[in-house]
Design a protein around this ligand. Structure first.
Ligand code: GLU
Length: 287
C-alpha cells in the first residue's frame, strides 16, 4: 500500500508542471452555485491530472470590489473542500505590470485611443447601416488630436487590423478539445485599458495566465468568445497559449444564469441553511 502511494506521488510530481489551472473570481459579491461549479470543475480537473490549482483574485474594479467579499471567497472555497497554492495573486497589487504591457502595445502601434462615451457608442451602433453593431472596428478618430488637446478621457482599444498584420502563423488553439482557428474579430477592437485606468479584464487576465504558467483555462461558456481575443493577445506578446475548457452555466429556477444578486444561491446562504459541501457537489452533478 505504502509503495503504491509512493508511486502515485512520484507520478504526480512528474505531472505537476504539465497541468496548471486556476479559478479567478472578482470580489464584487458573494460566490454562488455558479462559482462553486466553476471552482470545483477546475479543482477536480487539477486533482485528476495531478496538476496545480491556483486562486487569483481579479479585483481590478476598485469601485465594485469589497474587502468583505474578498474574505468570503476564501471562506466559501475552503468550505467546499478546495485548497490552493499560496501566495494568492491579487491583480490590484500589480497594476504596474499591466501598464507595461499596455505601453508595449502603444509603442508598437497596436492600440488606439477611443474617446467615445457609452452614449456615443450606443447612438453610433443604432445608426449603423446594418442595424445595431455589436462590435467596434476601425482605428483612431479623425479628431483625435483635438480631443487629446481638450484632455478628454479615453480608453485604449486593440487595433485589430494591425494586430492581425503583426502576427505570423495561424492563430490555432485547443478549444474544448478541438483544434480551433481563433476568430478575434468576433469581439472587434476590444478595450484593453479603460478610461483613466491602465488595464482591463482581458489584458490583466491574459498577462496573469502567462505569468502563472496556466496550461488549462477552465471557465464558463460565457467566456468562450473572449478566448479568441485572448489567443491573439498571447501571440502578440509572445506568451504561450493554454488549452481552453468551457463548462455550462448554472441557471436558477427561472432558467436564467445565476448572478450575484441571487442571494438564495450564494454559498453563504446555503451554508446557513445547513447545506453541506457534499450536498452542493451533488446539486451540481459533481461526484
Ligand atoms: N474574474 C472573471 C470573472 O469573475 C474571471 C474570468 C476568467 O476566469 O478568466 O468572471
Amino acid at each position: 500500500m505504502a509503495a503504491l502511494a509512493w508511486r502515485v506521488q512520484v507520478l504526480c510530481t512528474n505531472a505537476m508542471a504539465d497541468f496548471v489551472t486556476r479559478f479567478a473570481p472578482s470580489p464584487t459579491g458573494r460566490l454562488h452555485l455558479g462559482h462553486a461549479f466553476s471552482a470545483l470543475t477546475a479543482f477536480d480537473a487539477a486533482r485528476a491530472a495531478c496538476g496545480r490549482f491556483l486562486l487569483r483574485i481579479e479585483d481590478l474594479d476598485a469601485g465594485r470590489c469589497r474587502p468583505e467579499f474578498d474574505a468570503a471567497i476564501f471562506e466559501d472555497l475552503a468550505w467546499l473542500g478546495i485548497d490552493w497554492e499560496t501566495p494568492v495573486r491579487r491583480q490590484s497589487e500589480h497594476m504596474g505590470a499591466y501598464a507595461r504591457v499596455l505601453d508595449d502595445l502603444i509603442a508598437r502601434g497596436l492600440v488606439y485611443r477611443d474617446f467615445r462615451t457609452r452614449r456615443e457608442l450606443a447612438d453610433e451602433s443604432q445608426q449603423a447601416p446594418h442595424g445595431p453593431a455589436e462590435v467596434v472596428r476601425g482605428g483612431p478618430a479623425p479628431d483625435e488630436a483635438e480631443r487629446l488637446a481638450a484632455r478628454q478621457p479615453f480608453a485604449w482599444r486593440l487595433w485589430l487590423d494591425r494586430a492581425l498584420d503583426a502576427i505570423d502563423g495561424p492563430l490555432a488553439f485547443d478549444c474544448d478539445g478541438v483544434r480551433t482557428h481563433a476568430e478575434p474579430h468576433r469581439l472587434g477592437d476590444a478595450i484593453l485599458a479603460r478610461k483613466d485606468f491602465p488595464t482591463s479584464y482581458h489584458l490583466a487576465s491574459v498577462h496573469d495566465d502567462a505569468l502563472q504558467g496556466v496550461t488549462h483555462v477552465i471557465r464558463g461558456e460565457d467566456l468562450r468568445e473572449a478566448a479568441h481575443l485572448h489567443v491573439l493577445l498571447q501571440k502578440l506578446m509572445g506568451w504561450p497559449t493554454p488549452a481552453y475548457r468551457h463548462h455550462a452555466l448554472i441557471v436558477g429556477a427561472d432558467g436564467k444564469r445565476l448572478a450575484k444578486r441571487d442571494r438564495a444561491a450564494t454559498l453563504h446562504a446555503l451554508r446557513e441553511t445547513g447545506e453541506t459541501a457534499d450536498a452542493v457537489r451533488r446539486r451540481l452533478g459533481l461526484t
